[in-house]
Design a protein around this ligand. Structure first.
Ligand code: ZN
Ligand code: ZN
Length: 268
């Protein structure tokens, strides 16, 4: 059985010198391919180099994550578009979006930071539109603003995935109506997240993708340990159970969905 981790962060593993064992364990769990997602200048070049060294196993994206947005965001975003003329191309722009969960306590600082996040998001959506590429959205406590900013940008909703979907089944309807899709993390394995399971069921398997978002959000039964791409298999097995589908059939469908959305080639 083959699984693809459609969203992970590998820079931490690389910096600690443990990436080879992480990749070995992923391979042993049937996870041959993964997408290393960009968050800031600190990981764009790392992701690029990994995708260049291991093109069969690792694809990459670049984007400024809302939690890394500062008042100097424009300087960082200036470096972004050059990756779209590199020999190895990013498979998407992201993760970009809005995060109103991690905000300062001071009201004035909060408003200022939200304004910076919105500006950085808007500019990056325009880059994605120019590049006609897939877009990985990070959105937390900001569903309405996220939707209205994507609507206003004029990007093709079919190129949009809202990763780590953590909103309701009513909200996912609004995403699907527009042609967008959601991908799901280990949250769907948690007992305290029936709303996210409902949203998963609401979307169905047609456009479904799954991800670890490692090193965060470790799925059951490994909660408490650091998350890694190998565990995307556990998320897939839980999905198969929730949908009442054979794991093999689901894995095949997910691999197909992920390859076609990101334009990935089959691994050898
Ligand atoms: Zn995210
Ligand atoms: Zn992420």
């Amino acid at each position: 059985m083959e699984w693809i981790d459609s969203h992970c962060h590998l820079d931490g593993f690389l910096n600690k010198g443990v990436l080879p064992e992480i990749l070995d364990r992923a391979q042993a769990s049937g996870v041959h391919q993964m997408i290393a997602i960009g968050t800031d200048l600190k990981d764009w070049e790392i992701n690029y180099n990994l995708a260049s060294e291991l093109p069969d196993r690792i694809a990459y994206t670049v984007g400024l994550h809302p939690c890394y947005v500062t008042e100097a965001w424009a300087k960082t975003v200036d470096h972004l578009e050059a990756y779209f003329s590199r020999p190895i191309l990013p498979v998407a722009l992201g993760e970009i979006g809005l995060d109103y969960f991690h905000l300062p306590k001071d009201a004035e600082a909060t408003e200022a930071l939200k304004a910076h996040q919105q500006s950085a998001f808007e500019v990056q959506l325009q880059i994605a539109k120019r590049q006609n590429c897939a877009i990985v959205i990070h959105s937390r406590n900001a569903f309405e603003d996220t939707l209205s900013m994507i609507d206003a940008s004029g990007v093709d909703w079919e190129k949009v995935v809202v990763h780590c979907f953590s909103y309701s089944s009513e909200q996912i309807k609004l995403l699907i109506q527009r042609g967008g899709r959601a991908s799901f993390t280990g949250i769907i394995t948690y007992k305290n997240a029936p709303n996210v399971q409902k949203a998963l069921i609401e979307q169905g398997v047609d456009n479904l993708m799954i991800e670890t978002d490692s090193p965060y959000l470790t799925p059951e039964p490994y909660r408490g340990k650091k998350n890694e791409p190998a565990y995307v298999a556990n998320i897939g097995l839980k999905c198969a159970e929730l949908f009442g589908i054979e794991p093999e059939a689901l894995a095949e469908k997910l691999a197909e969905n992920t390859r076609s959305f990101f334009g990935l080639k089959c691994s050898d």
